[in-house]
Design a protein around this ligand. Structure first.
Ligand code: PLP
Length: 390
């Protein structure tokens, strides 16, 4: 089908919630995508950090191929091995408690919000509050949407869930002042991805940890974008001065398939009990198989070291380009602030040059390449950007 025909069909049949680039991808391999006209692209977005193992990683393909012909779904009324093994792998690699598996990032955060509220009720707090940061993005269903200050300002979907208190991202004192007896949790992304790859300062992370400990509240990290190796450690918190009590993750967790998880520490692993939460599709054998295969690829010290090295190489390269005012991020989660150029227009031109990058503000480009790229791909992307911004 021609691109124009597909666009026409989409306009007629798909709810208009997405502003899509004019391209139809039909195939992917590693860090490369091909469109319906056979043109090749270098993918520096990886499906918004979902395809961290690259497109169609052979181990993920094999796991899915084998599982899809054996057993795909039974519901959570019964046991299947993959979901249990995935929960074990998630907990053993992080907070040591238990995992609730789900199908997306926003659902992982719904689970964390319910867990934090129930935990607070257990302490006798009747109207629990969750403290969130300005610039946060926690998802699009009503709970996480209410925790996302930039979106919860939109009157179209009011009333929002009550009980979220917003503090600045870089003001530890304001956070300390906002945490008290009513606080169920402080919820934050170690690096805010959707609103500009803004690194939350260590001082704020430490202040949040100490304030939560004083109040008996939970520190919840949303590692939906930062997790699974993106920043050069399996979990971003490993490079921070504090550990969360509860963590959510999704995106790269499924190796390209939809999986999310809310992971607890030992102290909070019994908060949610039978009947408190559930999901029909969650943790089924097909997605669990894909996820375990992705874990095997990413949870590798050599790969994680390369993510840090390549991230450094890419940031240095960006820094040296004309037309870039600021570069920020960690590992292969990077943003560049353009001097004069419009980010959307620059991303469109890059697409024309065969490079996929993501505009996330008037002047901000975001880069989330697959974690399996090499020096050659980093240099190729820098070459294209350099020529374009020159
Ligand atoms: N939290 C963070 C930090 C995210 O980056 C995202 C998605 O971009 C979400 C939550 C929501 O995830 P999903 O789109 O899978 O619901």
């Amino acid at each position: 089908m021609k691109l124009a025909e597909l666009q026409e069909l989409e306009r007629r049949w798909v709810v208009h919630t997405y502003a899509r680039m004019p391209v139809e991808f039909v195939r992917g391999e590693g860090a490369r995508l091909w469109d319906s006209e056979g043109k090749e692209y270098l993918d520096f977005l990886a499906g918004i950090s979902v395809c961290s193992v690259g497109h169609c990683h052979p181990a993920v393909v094999e796991a899915v191929r084998e599982q899809v012909g054996t057993l795909t779904h039974t519901s959570n009324l019964y046991l299947t091995e993959g979901g249990v093994r995935l929960a074990q792998r998630l907990c053993e690699s992080s907070l040591g408690g238990r995992a609730f598996l789900c199908n997306s990032g926003t659902e992982a955060n719904e689970c964390a919000i319910k867990l934090a509220r129930k935990h607070a009720h257990g302490r006798g707090t009747s109207e629990p509050e969750i403290v969130v940061l300005e610039g946060a993005f926690h998802g699009r269903t009503m709970g996480p949407l209410s925790a996302t200050p930039g979106l919860a300002a939109n009157p179209s979907f009011a009333p929002y869930l009550p009980g979220f208190r917003v503090v600045p991202r870089e003001d530890p004192d304001a956070l300390i002042a906002a945490v008290g007896d009513a606080t169920a949790a402080v919820m934050l992304e170690p690096i805010q991805g959707e609103t500009g790859v803004n690194v939350v300062p260590d001082e704020l992370i430490l202040a949040a940890r100490e304030a939560c400990d004083r109040a008996g509240a939970l520190l919840v990290f949303d590692e939906i974008q930062t997790g699974m190796g993106r920043t050069g450690s399996l979990w971003a918190y490993e490079q921070l001065p504090a550990r969360p009590d509860v963590m959510t993750t999704a995106k790269a967790l499924g190796g390209g398939l939809p999986v999310g998880a809310c992971i607890t520490n030992e102290a909070t692993m019994d908060v949610l009990e039978v009947g408190d939460h559930g999901s029909t599709f969650a943790g089924g054998p097909l997605v669990a198989g894909a996820s375990l295969a992705a874990f095997e690829v990413i949870d590798d010290p050599a790969l994680l070291r390369r993510v840090r090295d390549l991230g450094g190489r890419f940031c240095e390269g960006l820094d040296s380009l004309d037309g870039i005012a600021e570069v920020r991020g960690r590992g292969l989660m990077v943003a560049a602030e353009l001097v004069g150029a419009d980010a959307k227009e620059t991303a469109s031109r890059a697409l024309g040059e065969g490079l996929i990058v993501n505009p996330i503000g008037e002047r901000t480009l975001r880069f989330l390449p697959p974690l399996v790229i090499g020096e050659a791909e980093v240099d190729e992307a820098l070459g294209i950007l350099g020529r374009m911004l020159d």
